[in-house]
Design a binder for this molecule. Structure first.
Ligand code: ADP
Ligand code: MG
Length: 242
């Protein structure tokens, strides 16, 4: 079976800064892959390259059959298949939760307002926020806003979801509700790549964990890798980086 996501020897530089130094990994359908590593190790850059928010210097990236590294990539076609959620929720403050979700459906997907509303209510219910449909972002907690942002992504029916530290801006008491939504998606078979600093969460939800260090994958394995780190870098990261 073709992997949903496949990176092969990806290099990325920002000027003289060589941020990704030969990153290769793959994600199969329904797999949940967690990327961990200390700040600056290249985790966000790797994720952003998968959605063509950054272009690579060399190597190849295939996502849902799209050759993402190719200059001729149909970016809109890629974005129809990939959902990405960041640390900041990026909701429009002047739109309700519902309107934040219907916007992309009526514009990008050209859905009728009635159909868009139906899909939006469905995904809001899915993240446990059906009763907040008419609330504005400022009337929602950070955790609720992040759940709306996830629902907005889900409404586009992506083949794969990318999450970049989606709980790191949240107070600890709000992270659980967001992680629970991601766990639900995992149990439903959504293919996901998530950058996280929540080690217990990564251990619980990920089929594969990738430890990045200075732009390279230093260790890769299942959750047991966290109990028995092989490299001094991972050992140190787990010791300090919680
Ligand atoms: N757009 C950019 N321009 C220049 N340098 C960048 C840019 N984005 C990231 N970097 C640098 O690349 C390195 C890796 O960043 P990043 O991928 O965000 O790491 P992580 O997500 O693991 O913390 C850092 O040194 C960061 O400062
Ligand atoms: Mg980052």
């Amino acid at each position: 079976m073709q992997p949903v996501v496949e990176l092969d020897q990806v290099h990325k530089k920002f000027g003289a800064l060589h941020v990704l130094r030969g990153v290769s990994f793959s994600v199969t359908k329904g797999q949940v892959v967690a990327i961990i590593g200390k700040s600056g190790s290249g985790k966000s850059t790797a994720l952003r390259c998968m959605d063509r928010l950054e272009t690579v210097n060399s190597g190849t990236i295939h996502v849902c059959g799209h050759a993402v590294h190719d200059a001729a990539l149909d970016v809109r076609a890629l974005r129809r298949d990939v959902g990405i959620v960041f640390q900041g929720y990026n909701l429009f403050p002047h739109l309700t939760a519902l309107q934040n979700i219907t916007l992309g459906l009526t514009s990008v997907k050209r859905m009728s307002p009635a159909d868009a509303r139906e899909v939006a209510m469905e995904v809001l219910a899915h993240v446990g926020l059906a009763e907040k449909a008419v609330a504005y972002p400022e009337q929602l907690s950070g955790g609720q806003q992040q759940r709306v942002a996830i629902a907005r992504s889900l409404a586009m029916k992506p083949q794969v979801m990318l999450f970049d530290e989606v709980t790191s801006a949240l107070d600890p008491e709000l992270t659980g509700e967001v992680l629970k939504v991601i766990e639900t998606l995992a149990s439903e078979g959504m293919t996901m790549v998530l950058v996280t600093h929540e080690m217990a969460f990564a251990r619980g939800v990920a089929d594969k964990i990738i430890f990045m260090h200075e732009g390279q994958i230093r260790e890769e394995g299942d959750a047991s890798m966290l109990a028995a780190p092989k490299t001094p870098e991972l050992r140190q990261f787990l010791g300090n980086g919680l």
